[in-house]
Design a protein around this ligand. Structure first.
Ligand SMILES: *Cc1c(COP(=O)(O)O)cnc(C)c1O
Length: 396
């Protein structure tokens, strides 16, 4: 995986930033869209595009072959509309007593899981005097969002009646997988069978919805579950849902987290470094201060242990170097030995990996979590975001 030279700023690079490579987003979406053939692709951009920026990611995804955009909430969906996204946008987790009128007015597709929520949506269609586009969600085994199987016939009957009354357009019956990242798990087939049964109930009630089920993992590994539409999220950003190393996947990570060295100094052997002096220099050495810490989303648990074992590394001056001592709120200290590191130099905390920098997967492995949590965990407001590779203009 080669580093994208387009991510170069020149001199005025920010203190700390997330650099987002839209060429990588387009590459990933185009790969996914090719893979699913005649099924449509919904690029999921919830949580501000998994930390990458919902609007620019949605634009890039639509340019590369996605025809739908997925959001978690109506607020996220309306943010996309305000950013100029006119493609179908689905919002899937809103409260039953929410005001659905602004979303209906802006043609946001709404996921509905209960008769009570359906009533709220219908009430909004009457107020706005236009029908709502609805995706009926069935819980097929995740036991999370999605209507209970026992309530399904009532939900479908109510939706069918509201369709006849002109209040609804039932676009889809859909569900979400519990074991998507374990392609051989028997639960996948069980959930698909339950989705099919729920879909047949809707068809028998006179509706003609499409079906969708697959997240990134199932999009990549279970072509039999693509149905009419797939909903990849993490793969859009180039991170493999099965946690495979970057070279083993066709995906390109889009996010680079980097900062600039704020201070360089020479210290003697035997000096304690950072709070509590958990790490002590063994020889005289050059320390580089990188101005990011746990308030920016660098987990404190990535700091080095007294033994110097474990802990995180950064790419600085062409080499991976250890972060020494505790991660503070605003800063980390990097041991550079006798190498000529300078203030203003770029320190890459994680990125695609092609230049030898750590990856979001490395952080996740060290922390016992998943890369999803790493990329969504960087703090906007503290860390700026720069989007590279924009084709069309739009607010970032
Ligand atoms: C987040 C989400 C997705 C995308 O999941 P990935 O694992 O990131 O591909 C798809 N569908 C629903 C309902 C989701 O909440």
């Amino acid at each position: 995986m080669s580093y994208n030279a387009d991510l170069d700023h020149g001199a005025a690079a920010p203190r700390a930033e997330v650099a987002v490579d839209l060429d990588a987003i387009r590459h990933n979406v185009s790969h996914l869209a090719d893979l699913v053939g005649s099924a449509a692709t919904m690029a999921v951009v919830k949580a501000d595009g998994y930390g990458h920026g919902a609007v620019p990611v949605a634009q890039a995804a639509l340019e590369a072959g996605a025809s739908w955009i997925g959001a978690c909430t109506m607020a996220e969906a309306l943010h996309l509309r305000a950013g100029g996204i006119t493609a179908p946008v689905l919002s899937w987790l809103d409260l039953p007593d929410a005001d659905y009128a602004p979303a209906v007015a802006r043609d946001i597709d709404l996921s509905v899981a209960t008769p009570r929520q359906l009533d709220s949506v219908i009430e909004a269609t009457i107020r706005t005097d236009r029908p709502a586009r609805v995706h009926l969600k069935i819980d097929t085994g995740l036991s999370r969002n999605g209507g209970a199987e026992a309530d399904w016939p009532a939900l479908v009957d109510a939706a069918a009646k509201a369709t006849v009354d002109g209040h609804l357009d039932v676009i889809a019956v859909w569900s979400h997988l519990a074991h998507g990242d374990e392609p051989e798990h028997p639960m996948l087939d069980r959930q698909a069978a339950r989705l099919d049964a729920a879909w047949r109930v809707a068809c028998e009630a006179g509706l003609s919805p499409i079906r969708h089920l697959a997240n990134s993992a199932a999009t990549l590994t279970r072509p039999d579950l693509h149905y009419d539409l797939v909903r990849p999220g993490i793969a859009v950003y180039g991170l493999d849902p099965l946690g495979r190393p970057v070279p083993d996947t066709p995906l390109r990570p889009a996010m680079t987290f980097r900062a600039r060295v704020a201070l360089v100094k020479r210290v003697r052997a035997g000096e304690g470094v950072s709070y509590g002096h958990e790490w002590t220099t063994r020889t005289s050495t050059t320390l580089a201060l990188v101005p990011v810490g746990y308030a920016d989303g660098v987990p404190r648990r990535l700091g080095s242990r007294p033994s110097g074992v474990g802990g995180m590394q950064v790419l600085l001056g062409g080499r991976r170097r250890p972060v020494v001592g505790r991660v503070c709120m605003d800063q980390i200290v990097v041991d550079c030995g006798d190498d000529p590191v300078q203030e203003g130099d770029e320190a890459v905390l994680f990125g695609p990996g092609g230049r030898g920098e750590p990856t979001a997967q490395d952080w996740a492995d060290a922390l016992g979590t998943i890369h999803y949590e790493i990329v969504t965990g960087l703090r906007r407001g503290r860390v700026s975001r720069t989007v590279f590779g924009m084709h069309s203009k739009g607010p970032g």
